[in-house]
Structures are given as C-alpha cells and as structure tokens.
Design a protein around this ligand. Sequence first.
Ligand SMILES: CC(C)(COP(=O)(O)OP(=O)(O)OC[C@H]1O[C@@H](n2cnc3c(N)ncnc32)[C@H](O)[C@@H]1OP(=O)(O)O)[C@@H](O)C(=O)NCCC(=O)NCCS
Length: 174
Amino acid sequence: MNNYLESERIILRILTSEDFTPLFNILSDEETVKYFVDRPFTEEKIKTMVNKVPQEHYAIVLKKEKLMVGYLDFYPWFMRDTYDIGWTIDKSYRNLGIVTEAATLLMIYAFEVLGTHRLVATCQPENIPSNRICKKLNMRLEGTFKKCIYDPNEDNWLDENLYAILKEEYENEN
Ligand SMILES: CC(C)(COP(=O)(O)OP(=O)(O)OC[C@H]1O[C@@H](n2cnc3c(N)ncnc32)[C@H](O)[C@@H]1OP(=O)(O)O)[C@@H](O)C(=O)NCCC(=O)NCCS
C-alpha cells in the first residue's frame, strides 16, 4: 500500500495507532455500525485494527480541518490482483461526497499504480448510501448473496450485494 494519497479535499494515509481515539469515537456510534456484523467495536478490536500489519485501512483526513473523519478498507481478496474496498465516515461528515472522493482516489491508485485486475465491494441491500457509492464509482452489481452473513447480534442471516469493476471497465470509463 502506498502510504499517502491526496485529492482536492482529502488525504488518504495508512491508519496508525494515533488514530485510535477518533476511530473509537466513530465506531462507538450505534447507527454507524448497524450494518457491521462484528459490532460492537471494543477498544481491543480498534487496537487490532490500527496496529494491523500489513495495514488494511486508510485514514480519511480532511485537508483543511486536519481531521481524521473516517477510513477506507483496502485488502487483497482471494484471487491475485483483486482487492476489496470498503468505507466508513463519521456521521457528522456524511452526504458531502467525501467517501466517494476518497474511494475514487483509491480506485485510481489501485488500477493505475498497483495494476489491479478487479476491485470488489460488498454491502447489504438495505444500506442505501453504500450501494449508492458503488454505483457512483461505476461498479457493477454482480449479484445478491442470499442469507450469506450471520449477524450474532440479531441471531439473523443477512443478504449481501456484491459489486465489482474490472480494469478494462475502469479504463473505458476514464
Ligand atoms: C456509507 C457511507 C460511508 C457513505 O459516506 P458519505 O461520505 O456520506 O458518501 P457520499 O456523500 O460520497 O455518497 C453518499 C450517497 O448516498 C446518498 N444517500 C445517502 N442517504 C440516502 C438515502 N437515505 N436515500 C437515498 N440516497 C441516500 C447521498 O445522497 C449520496 O449520493 P449522491 O451523491 O448521488 O447524492 C456512510 O453513510 C457511512 O459511514 N455509513 C456507516 C458505515 C457503513 O455502513 N459503511 C458501509 C458498510 S458496507
């Protein structure tokens, strides 16, 4: 992973132990984590996240405010040259296009620098903003996996949408 990526409003940089407190605050909000089956996010889980080696998350930092407001997941999927991308942002900074800007930046890096073959994203069908981001990134809905995720908090099986974009699709769009 590149340590530092920059666009108009944001910096993406590797998540570090210094992000522990803002990350803990973001993930302590019940509404923010309602689609995460591994909720609640205890201090222990956040420590594991910020200290992960190799790191699988980028901090989203607002340039002007010098504020870490969220993060992107970015890690290899099960096939070569394939990455999973995900997103979370503090509820005070939603619907400003920040995650779309951050994910676009990471997509450019993935296809143009890393030479990624395929980028995937998953989200529950009910998670409207997350599905919307996938569409704004020109990712295709490849299918809906029925009752494929178990939520221990609710003792319930959940559906999951799988989106993807191939390098050639990205190149045709740009
Ligand atoms: C999903 C999430 C990361 C989006 O971040 P964000 O910075 O607000 O995203 P953006 O502003 O770039 O885009 C959000 C889009 O969803 C749309 N949207 C949000 N709520 C909506 C709703 N209730 N109905 C219809 N559209 C909605 C916004 O209008 C925007 O689309 P637009 O640009 O076409 O208007 C944020 O809501 C979040 O952190 N949620 C909690 C964590 C989470 O669920 N992560 C994803 C797990 S798969």
